[in-house]
Ligand binder design. Sequence first.
Ligand code: ATP
Ligand code: MG
Length: 365
Amino acid sequence: MGSTVDQPAGRPRILTGDTPTGRLHLGHYVGSLENRVRLQDEYECYFLLANMHAFTTRADKPSEIRESTLEIVRDWIAVGMDPNRSTFVLQTEVPAIAELTWFLAMLLPFNRVMRNPTLKTEIDAKDLGDTYSFGFPMYAVGQCADILAFRPQLVPVGVDQVAHIEMCREAARRFDQVYCGVDPHAEEEDYEKLGGVFPVPSALVGRVGRLVGTDGQHKMSKSLNNSVFLSDTPKQVKKKINSMYPGQSREPDQPGDPAINPVFDYLDTFCKDEALRAELRDRYTRGDNLGDGHVKAAVIDSVNELLEPMRARRAELEGPGGDDAVIDIIKAGAVKANAQAEHTLALAKDAMGLNFGDRRSMLGL
Ligand code: ATP
Ligand code: MG
């Protein structure tokens, strides 16, 4: 299988993805989706639906996870990710990822995983207390396997994921050193060339690495009820933006501070009209008869302008037959994903002395 799947001379690879714990929002767009769409032709892209990871916090809600999985595929297509040019990967249909998770778990110290700042932030923000599942911290190790199963060079993510990518880089280095004899002092970009199974991948953070939520405090997050979703109607967008607290209480003729007003973060992120942005900022700062509603209206228009073409593309996958079309895309992606992930697993097992024979025949296939 190897030589047809793995093409070192071909395009470099990307792996990234989303957990189906809800629909995608504006934070995903500026943090990662924009880069995915932009890099689709330059890179061989694998986009992961991390549905196994959704179970780490929602094991009792399988139908919600299933529905979210289909919704995320709709969101992806709405933003311009193209299943004909890229591979959509449903995590639970790619067994090599789960197997690789175990092997990598043995290479990462337990305390190193538990100290991961992203996990700590999530435990607080999602109010998981001390009753979270054993599987919850495992997802951080699983994510290393998600990535490395595709041996990518680049992982486009938001800033909250950088700590996870750092751990993934460590797992790659450690595997290559322990099982492939790569010198720990070698340059990271040389690991594959020196016989390592895994490249040491880099994170690529989007234009805005952490978009704040409509609560003005936490990062916009599908689990925190502070999101403007890519699938929101114009009316929903208006309602959410209009309900934002502008960080301060002021009258239109009183000077204000844009730096503590999250509505200005959205204006800077989504309004393409530079002159309008500068004018609103200036009038707000001086208290030149500018109400908060005025700034919000500019944000609402800009966001709707961005979402309108997405709404049109999304509509094609909604209604009768929509689910079937999405499931067909998932099935086709799983076949391509398994070819790559199985190849990686075979290389990894080979390096570990676990090459006892043909996998398909041992599985009775
Ligand atoms: P959950 O609340 O379930 O963790 P989430 O909203 O954090 O959901 P994820 O599926 O965990 O979304 O993240 C998918 C990708 O989007 C990751 O690369 C993450 O870094 C990025 N991302 C998520 N939220 C934001 C945000 N507010 N700003 C920028 N990037 C973000
Ligand atoms: Mg998250």
